[in-house]
Write a protein that binds this ligand. Structure first.
Ligand code: ZN
Length: 434
């Protein structure tokens, strides 16, 4: 069965890479592929450069009122005997001001800087869209969307749009109610740079939840070890730290054992730092398989996050959102590392349709709200007190807070992205599609 799937995938790959086409078309496809990867690299590099180049310096203490102590410590510096605060577009710093920063002008300034990073990417986007469209047509598909669906579970373009629209219709009413509530909280027309700030205020009022009070219970290493404990209970796997030296002193690795046998290696690079790409993801390094010579290869995976950086006097204290993210990425990593399939192409996350690959990660996420699981690691980093039941209850109750508007946000991304690839759109046409 494994081999049958490999065969099917290989045939599909041959077709999707144009192996059946004439030499001239193949040459053009190769040119397109090279150019596409150059452009993608330039795109990411431009975003990274623009993110690192920006900073906003605050000198008035009143403008940092309400910002959590741990974020302030990261932002604070002295210049000519004056205390100043530096906010950047790097994730923990940007989020801190957008969520807690009282000064609306500064929020707007930061927001505009964030959403207009690397304007030169506009041309790259146009060229990429044109190349993807040309490539799909050469391969016999009407659009890039159709080409992309050939290797996914979703049947056709119509079923994707129908699915997304159905979710949209079902989320709309609740999302409207949520936005109305936020609007009432703000006493003014709500702008994009206000939502995080007023959401936080509303959350405090409605659920009596102060995100900040939770962070002392979510010290990074304690969360990580607690998650390992939990995974041990659930799957009988154990993690042992290695002393391997890695690319950064904050990165480390663990060996994963199953029934006392070495099964895989997990790499973790969890803290934000300058010039590191934002966001969180899992990558597979090696895949569990038997190679041509009959040798067994073990799997390895890396989890990359952008959690608040730790320093000697300031531990990395996570938000509950970060804890959920860690569980999510761990779900991906386990999906990959626990595979016992022998064929490289279909082992772990390899060969899994993209519209199915989020299942293990979303499954594991749910446990980050489970009281029994939380109690394994949510201990105060100084007093070692376990998180009180009352705080867990509040967390669970607030789980669906603003979830319909969150859903709409994701749907907007998806529908826009999908429609953008159903025809060739260039320049203003892209904006107009929004
Ligand atoms: Zn994921």
């Amino acid at each position: 069965q494994e081999q049958k799937k490999v065969l099917e995938l290989n045939i599909q790959n041959f077709e999707l890479s144009g192996a059946h086409l004439d030499e001239k078309t193949k040459e053009r496809l190769q040119e397109i592929n090279i150019r596409k990867s150059e452009l993608s690299n330039d795109f990411s590099q431009n975003v990274l450069d623009a993110t690192s180049a920006y900073e906003y310096i605050i000198t008035d203490e009143r403008d940092v009122e309400g910002i959590p102590q741990s974020d302030l410590l990261d932002a604070k510096f002295e210049e000519n005997g004056v205390t100043k605060y530096r906010f950047t577009l790097q994730m923990p710093s940007y989020i801190a001001y957008m969520t807690y920063g009282k000064n609306e002008k500064i929020r707007e300034e930061l927001y505009r800087a964030y959403v207009t990073r690397a304007p030169q990417n506009e041309q790259i986007i146009d060229e990429l869209l044109a190349l993807k469209n040309e490539m799909s047509r050469l391969l016999g598909f009407p659009s890039y969307a159709a080409y992309s669906l050939a290797s996914k579970m979703a049947k056709d373009e119509k079923s994707v749009i129908n699915f997304l629209e159905k979710l949209l219709i079902n989320s709309k009413e609740q999302a409207h109610a949520e936005i109305k509530e936020l609007q009432e909280m703000a006493h003014k027309p709500l702008c994009s740079f206000d939502t995080a700030y007023y959401s936080e205020l509303l959350k405090k009022e409605k659920y009596d939840i102060d995100e900040e009070l939770y962070r002392v219970y979510f010290e990074q290493m304690s969360v990580l070890n607690g998650m390992f404990d939990f995974l041990n209970k659930l799957f009988g796997i154990t993690f042992k730290k290695t002393d391997e030296k890695l690319w950064d002193e904050k990165a480390f690795s663990y060996d994963l054992y199953m029934e006392d046998k070495l099964k895989a290696r997990l790499y973790l690079d969890l803290e934000a730092r300058k010039s590191k790409q934002g966001g969180a993801w899992m990558n597979n390094f090696q895949t569990h398989c038997i190679d041509e010579k009959g040798n067994k290869q073990l799997a390895s995976a890396v989890i990359v996050c952008n959690f608040p950086p730790s320093s000697e006097n300031n531990p990395s204290l996570l938000r509950h959102d970060d804890v959920v993210t860690l569980f999510h990425e761990m779900g991906h990593a386990l999906h990959h590392m626990l595979s016992s399939v022998d064929e490289n192409e279909v082992s772990g996350v390899n060969g899994v349709e993209w519209d199915a690959v989020e299942f293990p990660s979303q499954l594991l996420e749910n446990f980050a709200y489970e009281p029994h699981v939380l109690k394994l690691f949510a201990t105060h980093y100084e007093t070692k007190e376990i998180i009180p039941d009352e705080m867990i209850e509040k967390l669970v109750r607030s789980k669906n807070f603003l979830s319909a508007s969150g859903m709409l946000r994701q749907l907007e991304f998806s529908i826009f992205d999908f429609k953008l690839h159903t025809e060739l759109y260039q320049g203003d046409e892209v904006q107009n599609l929004l």
